[in-house]
Design a protein around this ligand. Structure first.
Ligand code: ARG
Length: 586
């Protein structure tokens, strides 16, 4: 249940009861910063006071009084300049949790009223190049956002807009003929393509004839020459294999793989249309959109000196041209309501221009750039997948290292008696913990901030890290295992009772889940779910220290098992929504 929305409807009724305005007024309800002041705060008396020309507290008092009459409210107090602080009634809370306990399908999270067909454009690595850390962020964040939206009931199309088309292929074609090794291409495709590309681009710099040859091969490829086309297909295919291995390791899937090449044929039409409409114009042989010349252009762009270039003076189309065609495709063939672009914040200007242009073209789809910051190394500088000596750390090896380090930690834990993992389960547990750690370290951050990659903090059973949460889940599961019970099977007499303070704290945290999922979905901020799961694990820890579960009796035993089941299921679901797995024993 969305508690904030429910309280807002109650608040709105309370305003009507108190002030008899004759028409419902919205109430805004938000969690309080400090639990000392209650659970939620209703804002809204202040604007009403202004409107009715009365002191805010005089308005707030009758609203608080109307709220006090409700089952859900234990206390309501006027505070500050005219807020109303609301303390939820534990009995009401307990009854809601009892209902949620039976909702093993959705954990109390409602399905959206208005599902939107949403394209999530994420990952988008460039073929023939090593996937870099930025693409890893996009992959992890994009996957989490897709899972959250799909769970809410939106229809999600995960689209991998591969960089599989562009000038590099001319160089690669001539380079492969000159220096390529078919055998290396099979064995280590991306490394081989990078090696050849490097040689070719170096040669092209010093030898004009070679550069000319590369351009000619590119033109042939783009014109559909069968030999070049099949070479290119081969590059794409071997690269795809390497990428698929990374996605499989991360548990990430796509519904569409419409790379840049998919839009090649549409590009001349895009440019012609811009010219015909007078949105673009020729400049020195190139076709550009000059924002300062366009009446309907957004203010922020009107000052923009550099134009949005859609065709270079040599006739080549660009990243921008492809992105225009892509939006049109998504509108026409997917009938999408919106598209989210999970791409490095540094591409902000590109998307700002793209979206403004689509608006000029009358595209009503909602378009949003979901940016993110940079991953930093220990030295505080952007993390490179290539070290000083030029040695490449591939994402595959990074994930491998994470699993190795997780295994080390797990073996230490077993040796010290903190963890219990059967020898035959160590592989799987290391995998889930290792991959989960990399993902969580990224997702727990506000995506717009840069963050520092730090193995020790990342793989930790104590701090705010995946292993701590996965361990909390396993501990809940072990309570059920020890009692010979099943957390998925809820007896008809199961009922939640909140008595001890630690139970109330846990109950209140559990009650926030649906709101948090909705907020995370609405703002594309998976870190809100991470934060919730972390706070939940801590609240459970407090509860478990204070309140015996298996050793209590009757109603209390059933209730505490219920709270344990709710906690376990919510941790599992919450982590699942951001693409992180759990194990039952640890
Ligand atoms: N290939 C691009 C890059 O590496 C990312 C693609 C993002 N998606 C898009 N529709 N532009 O920067």
């Amino acid at each position: 249940m969305l508690v904030e929305r429910y309280l807002e409807s109650l608040g709105s009724q309370a305003i009507e009861t108190a002030l008899h305005l004759g028409e419902p007024r919205p109430a805004i309800v938000r969690p309080t910063q400090d639990p000392k002041f209650g659970d939620f705060q209703l804002n809204g008396a202040m604007p009403l006071a202004k409107e009715l020309n009365k002191p805010p507290r005089e308005i707030a008092e009758p609203i608080a009084n109307a709220l006090r009459q409700l089952d859900a409210v234990e206390r309501a107090e006027v505070a500050g300049p005219g807020f109303v602080n609301i303390h939820l009634a534990p009995q009401w809370l307990a009854a809601r949790l009892t209902t949620t306990l039976r909702d093993t399908e959705r954990e109390g999270v409602p399905v959206v009223e208005r599902p939107l067909k949403t394209v999530v454009d994420f990952s988008g690595p460039n073929i023939a190049k090593q996937m870099h850390v930025g693409h890893l962020r996009s992959t992890i964040i994009g996957d989490a956002i897709s899972r959250i939206l799909a769970f809410m009931g939106h229809s999600v199309i995960r689209d991998n807009h591969l960089g599989d088309w562009g000038t590099q292929f001319g160089l690669l074609i001539v380079g492969m003929r000159e220096w390529g090794s078919e055998e290396a291409l099979e064995r280590e495709p991306i490394a081989e393509l990078e090696r050849v590309y490097k040689l070719a681009s170096e040669r092209a710099k010093i030898e004009e004839a070679f550069a000319e040859q590369a351009r000619a091969e590119l033109v042939k490829l783009q014109a559909g020459d069968p030999d070049n086309r099949s070479l290119w297909e081969h590059f794409v295919e071997v690269s795809r294999r390497a990428l698929d291995a990374v996605y499989a390791e991360l548990g990430v899937e796509f519904d569409a793989w419409l790379g840049e090449s998919a839009y090649h044929d549409a590009l001349p039409g895009v440019v012609d249309d811009l010219l015909v409409r007078g949105i673009g114009r020729e400049d020195d042989g190139a076709v550009c959109v000059f924002w300062n010349e366009i009446d309907g252009a957004p203010k922020a762009l009107r000052k923009q000196k550099t134009p949005f270039i859609v065709r270079k003076n040599d006739g080549a189309f660009l990243y921008s041209t492809t992105d225009i065609a892509t939006v049109l495709y998504r509108r026409d063939y997917f009938a999408a309501d919106r598209a989210l672009y999970i791409v490095d914040s540094r591409q902000g200007l590109h998307f700002q221009q793209l979206f403004a242009l689509m608006k000029l073209l009358g595209v009503a789809m909602e378009l949003e750039h979901i940016g993110f910051g940079t991953v930093l190394g220990k030295d505080g500088k952007p993390l490179r997948t290539r070290d000083a000596s030029g040695k490449v750390t591939t994402l595959t090896s990074l994930l491998e290292e994470s699993k190795q380090r997780a295994r080390q930690r797990i073996e230490e834990g077993i040796a010290e008696g903190r963890l219990r993992v059967q020898p035959e389960e160590i592989d799987e547990v290391s995998r889930v913990v290792g991959i989960g750690s990399v993902k969580y370290a990224d997702l727990r951050q506000n995506r717009l901030s840069d963050y520092q990659f730090d193995w020790d903090k990342m793989i930790s059973f104590q701090g705010n890290a995946a292993p701590y949460l996965q361990y909390a889940y396993a501990r809940c599961a072990s309570i059920f295992a020890k009692g010979g019970l099943d957390m998925e099977v809820i007896g008809p007499d199961a009922e939640i009772v909140l008595e001890a303070p630690a139970e109330e704290v846990l109950g209140k945290r559990l009650m926030r889940f649906a709101d948090v999922v909705y907020q995370a979905g609405a703002t594309s901020q998976p870190h809100l779910i991470c934060e919730h799961v972390y706070e939940l694990a801590r609240a459970f820890s407090g509860f478990y220290t204070e309140c015996p579960v298996l050793d209590s009796e009757g109603v209390m035993r059933r209730s505490r098992l219920g709270l344990t089941a709710l906690t376990a299921r919510q941790i599992r679901r919450g982590l699942g929504l951001v693409g992180i797995g759990v194990v039952d024993r640890m």
